[in-house]
Design a protein around this ligand. Structure first.
Ligand SMILES: C[S@@+](CC[C@H](N)C(=O)[O-])C[C@H]1O[C@@H](n2cnc3c(N)ncnc32)[C@H](O)[C@@H]1O
Length: 220
């Protein structure tokens, strides 16, 4: 395992953190939480979907209820969200989701190559200002990581409601020759893919009158 130190700029703790942390520490031994050295079951012959930064996990829960034969990994370093998701999965007896309660970059480094059919990244980066560019998750080295773990023809579905971020995402993918923009008509980017629910941040954008866009990239 490589030991890069990734600088993470977001929040890991929320309200009631001590209680959340205590519960998570107890839960970390159980099956729902993914360990970096416990990845044998992930292979390119099964259907695997990764959601990065699941937040309130509206889509992860909805997908995992609908598609019981697909394996899902949900990654989010915000521990309150992880505990909340764990409780829902337990209540609904959903066994096809594993939670990675840390920075996704630490996991991707050690995941096998070519295993995901789809990677969801919804409203990833709250860093629209130019001076915070370096803090954004979407960077060239990160797209190298995603390319490594996606299967050929695997897709990345990424959304944003912030104009600087939309341009940034388009630029970052545009300069690569290992992804193509899976688009036949520009209007497609304006429509929420029918399979998705509105996440917390996409609802927030709608309530503020901001425009959500969805971009789909395919690994060549
Ligand atoms: C703006 S919120 C969007 C949440 C949700 N996807 C939505 O659309 O409502 C960004 C999420 O990404 C998570 N995040 C930020 N950096 C991350 C990283 N390096 N690895 C995994 N998740 C990350 C944050 O903790 C947060 O939950």
């Amino acid at each position: 395992m490589n030991n890069h130190i990734f600088q993470f700029y977001g929040r890991r703790k929320g309200r009631g953190f001590n209680r959340v942390n205590k519960q998570l520490l107890k839960l970390n031994n159980i099956d729902f939480f993914l360990k970096a050295n416990d990845l044998k079951e992930y292979n390119s012959f099964s259907n695997n979907i990764l959601e990065i930064g699941f937040g309130n996990a509206e889509n992860l829960i909805n997908f995992s209820k609908k598609y019981k034969n697909i394996n899902f990994i949900g990654a989010d370093p915000y521990l309150n969200s992880c505990l909340k998701l764990y409780k829902v999965l337990t209540k609904l007896k959903l066994k096809n989701v594993k939670i990675w309660s840390d920075d996704i970059r630490k996991l991707i480094e050690v995941l096998p190559n070519n295993i995901f059919d789809l990677i969801l990244i919804l409203h990833p980066d709250p860093w629209p200002k130019n001076k915070h560019k370096k803090r954004r998750l979407i960077q060239q080295y990160f797209l190298d990581f995603l390319a490594k773990v996606l299967k050929k023809n695997g897709k990345i579905l990424i959304s944003s409601d912030e104009n600087n971020m939309k341009s940034w995402i388009l630029e970052q993918f545009h300069i690569r020759d290992d992804f193509d923009w899976h688009i036949k008509n520009i209007n497609i980017c304006n429509k929420k893919p029918f399979c998705l629910l509105n996440s917390k941040y996409s609802k927030k954008a709608i309530s503020l009158g901001n425009k959500n866009n969805w971009f789909v990239y395919r690994k060549l």
